[in-house]
Design a protein around this ligand. Structure first.
Ligand SMILES: [Zn+2]
Length: 235
């Protein structure tokens, strides 16, 4: 089979043998793959170390196997270094690790998730704080994976009224009447539900507009997300 040209973000990198590396790649089109880059750590090959560093966005050729497993990846070239320092490096690493954890190695149409992460990387240098980015990227990945958050109606009875509780097990809101049947659900202030709905719809490029997320709101939104993760993605 001829090689496939891919754009990809390096989610994880492990040294392999004397001069090679194994990388988890989130590609722009064919899902998440585990790739072998042969000999790239050999000085004779003149591949810059940045081209296989965790967090970098590269273009490369992938020789895909029918059955999956380790794919040969060659000629990596840096598209965006995303080579941040300090707090910016911390949030980028956090997002990268999360995506690597949430998404299994598999062939699927990964364009939306790739674009989400790529756009997130592009706006990091201009952000005043990282809370909104962290919440939006995480909830958006979960939503693309089909596990929530679902914020339009009660996930038990379907009503639009009195949606004051959140259930991680169901992945979204439940009404005041149904909450008793969902023992893990917890109450959220109406303002926080509104904020979650707002963040759920905001385009990634608009996140810099959100200058500040208060501690209480951040903790509640993080709790909603973590409860979904806890239910669906036990380690
Ligand atoms: Zn209900």
């Amino acid at each position: 089979m001829p090689p496939t040209r891919i754009k990809a973000i390096v989610l994880k990198r492990t040294d392999f043998r004397e001069t090679s590396v194994i990388v988890n790649l989130l590609t722009d089109s064919i899902g998440k793959i585990t790739g072998l880059m042969k000999g790239v750590r050999s000085s004779a090959r003149k591949v810059p170390p940045l081209a296989f560093q965790q967090g970098v966005c590269i273009e490369a050729l992938a020789y895909l196997k029918q059955k999956g497993g380790l794919e040969l990846v060659t000629k990596p070239e840096v598209v965006e270094s995303f080579n941040f320092q300090g707090e910016n490096a911390n949030i980028w690493k956090k997002l990268i690790l999360q995506i690597d954890r949430f998404i299994p190695c598999a062939k699927f149409n990964s364009t939306q998730i790739f674009n989400l992460l790529f756009e997130a990387g592009k706006i990091i240098p201009g952000l005043d704080n990282h809370r909104a980015l962290e919440i939006v990227v995480t909830e958006r990945i979960l939503f693309l994976l089909g596990v929530g958050p679902f914020l339009e109606k009660c996930l038990v009875c379907g009503t639009n009224n009195n949606l004051y509780f959140f259930s991680g097990n169901l992945g979204g809101l439940v009404c005041s009447k149904c909450q008793a049947r969902e023992p893990t659900s917890f109450k959220l202030p109406e303002k926080h539900i509104e904020a979650l709905r707002f963040l759920h719809k905001i385009p990634i490029g608009h996140i810099p507009v959100v200058k500040y997320i208060p501690e209480g709101l951040y903790l509640n939104l993080t709790k909603c997300i973590n409860e979904i993760v806890r239910y669906h993605m036990a380690d």
